[in-house]
Design a binder for this molecule. Structure first.
Ligand code: Z5A
Length: 212
């Protein structure tokens, strides 16, 4: 393997606590990649546009109540419903920059007290990211940023537990960026790491599945 015929786009995931800057950075990264001649798309989970996504959105904005296990499985289903599209986009050479993925699923649900292995199980078989960039911010700092407190989960104690769970999930494909640095510095570091990953995927790195 590794020939030109195996060239593909990269699956890049941004993770981190609420308000760490994922939206800011992912919306800068995609046009930056395009300017450098790479095809790229911005995705985010939850994808609130699907019917499953609308159930999730209603739950997050406290308009509906769901059992913790049920909402966990809905978040997972929301990724499964996009899996085949994700694979075909990657194989057609498009790099996907994904704002939150399975790690959010596990870190948030296990912060409610659900067993971490139980939380990981429904994610098995989804595509494994080539790169996970964790935008690292202390929960207290994140809380100082605008708009905190509107949705479910946007509470300091809860975010602290989520941060601890993320640490447990860290693996060899993870890179950590200090999310308290100025936006432009984060942008520059992110671009450099991602370009490296895009190159490896163009050279034919095979796709793999979670949890690997
Ligand atoms: N969730 C789950 O439980 N299970 C799952 O499987 C998934 C998700 C996928 C909704 O996610 C919730 O769903 C989320 C996890 C859970 N709950 N929480 N918490 P979401 O992605 O839709 O929402 P979010 O995480 O709350 O994203 P956000 O509010 O959009 O935050 P962000 O994208 O990380 O940050 P931002 O909007 O780019 O920036 C926030 C503010 O900080 C803004 O004013 C910026 O101008 C400012 N900012 C950004 N960068 C900087 C720097 N470097 N310096 C200073 N200020 C900055």
């Amino acid at each position: 393997r590794g020939g030109k015929e195996d060239s593909r786009g990269a699956l890049v995931v941004l993770e981190g606590l609420d308000r760490c800057g994922k939206t800011t950075q992912s919306t800068r990264l995609v046009p930056n990649l395009e300017k450098l001649g790479h095809s790229a798309e911005l995705w985010r989970f939850p994808d609130r546009t699907t019917s499953v996504g609308q159930m999730i959105s209603s739950y997050l904005s406290n308009k509906s109540q769901l059992d913790d296990h049920t909402i966990h499985l809905l978040f997972s289903a929301n990724r499964w419903e996009k899996r085949s599209l994700m694979e075909s986009k990657l194989k057609s050479g498009i790099t996907l920059v994904v704002d939150r993925y399975s790690y959010s699923g596990v870190a948030f649900s296990s912060a409610k007290g659900l067993d971490i292995e139980w939380c990981k199980a429904p994610e098995i078989g989804l595509l494994a990211p080539d790169l996970v960039v964790y935008l690292d911010i202390p929960p207290e700092k994140a809380a100082e940023r605008g708009g905190y407190g509107g949705e479910r989960y946007e509470q300091l104690e809860f975010q602290k537990k989520v941060g601890q769970n993320y640490q447990v999930l860290r693996g060899p494909t993870w890179k950590i960026i200090d999310a308290c640095s100025p936006m432009e510095d984060v942008e520059e570091q992110l671009q450099e790491i991602v370009l490296d990953c895009v190159k490896t995927c163009q050279e034919g790195k095979p796709l793999s599945c979670l949890w690997s």
